[in-house]
Design a protein around this ligand. Structure first.
Ligand code: HEC
Ligand code: HEC
Length: 89
């Protein structure tokens, strides 16, 4: 069978979908922001359209590394929501 231009496009598309799929599933391993009373205000802010960038600094009120220590080898604790996703509601 001859592989034409359309077929290559299709193969490329499947490849992209697979790459995106693996990228997302890798990211999902990081623990999610718990959907509890402590964290509900932040869920509400995000739902109200507040940017993640604006919500991130608020996490440090508690997650300052003293009140709640970060695990050893934790990446630099900025942009929390970039890694810790919210739970789908
Ligand atoms: C009012 C204090 C407070 C604030 C503000 C706060 N957290 Fe937390 N967070 C906690 C406490 C307490 C725990 C541990 C108990 C629990 O799971 O609720 C926790 C646990 C977590 C965990 C660990 C979940 C797990 O699976 O063990 C993550 C991730 C997290 N918070 C992310 C965030 C992010 C992101 C923000 C900012 C949007 C944030 N927190 C803001 C108090 C806070
Ligand atoms: C570059 C990605 C990244 C960023 C940014 C980041 N974290 Fe994490 N965090 C991780 C990884 C990876 C772990 C360890 C694996 C896990 O528990 O999910 C972790 C673990 C944690 C834990 C412990 C979870 C548990 O199950 O005990 C808490 C709490 C936490 N992070 C809070 C935060 C907060 C708050 C911020 C922002 C101030 C933040 N993280 C920013 C990647 C990140």
């Amino acid at each position: 069978m001859k592989i034409g231009k359309k077929d290559w496009l299709f193969i490329a598309l499947v490849g992209i979908v697979l790459i995106v799929f693996f990228a997302i599933s890798g990211e999902e391993k990081t623990s999610k922001v718990p959907l509890d009373d402590t964290h509900r205000p932040y869920y509400d802010m995000l739902k109200a359209g507040k940017a993640k960038k604006e919500v991130d600094p608020l996490c440090k009120e508690c997650h300052d590394g003293v009140k709640i220590p970060f695990p050893k080898d934790h990446p630099e604790p900025i942009r929390c929501l970039f890694c810790h996703k919210v739970v789908k509601q």
